[in-house]
Design a protein. Structure first.
Length: 126
């Protein structure tokens, strides 16, 4: 039951991301449609203004792509962090009360010995 809720939550989040991306793309398309209409309705002799409008529209499109790329990268990083946290939590729950593996015991013994050398020096003789 818990697993289904987790999967459904991820599905809802994925659907929301797709919806947001769709809305952004529609907004960009509307922006270009408005820009092209304004260019088409402008005076034919205003080539400088037409060129400036085209450059502005291209700049807006580039900024939108950069924004979407940054947002997607942040989403990927957040998802990777969440997956790492879930993995760490699962590992901790799985380990529970089990005995340490030989590698873990060796690493712990090494760490204790390294610290012990600094803490427990030769006791002063009486």
């Amino acid at each position: 039951m818990m697993n289904n809720a987790h999967i459904q939550t991820k599905a809802v989040a994925s659907a929301q991301r797709c919806g947001r991306a769709f809305v952004r793309r529609v907004a960009v398309c509307c922006l270009f449609a408005c820009a092209s209409l304004s260019v088409a309705q402008a005076n034919p002799g205003d080539k400088d203004r037409d060129a400036q409008r085209i450059v502005d529209a291209q700049r807006v499109q580039q900024q939108q792509r950069q924004f979407e790329a940054r947002a997607e990268e942040q989403r990927r990083q957040l998802q990777a962090q969440q997956e790492q946290h879930a993995q760490n939590t699962a590992d901790a729950a799985r380990r529970g009360g089990r005995v340490m593996t030989p590698d873990e015991r060796r690493d712990l013994r090494r760490q204790i010995n390294e610290v012990g050398v600094d803490i427990y020096k030769n006791a002063p003789r009486r």
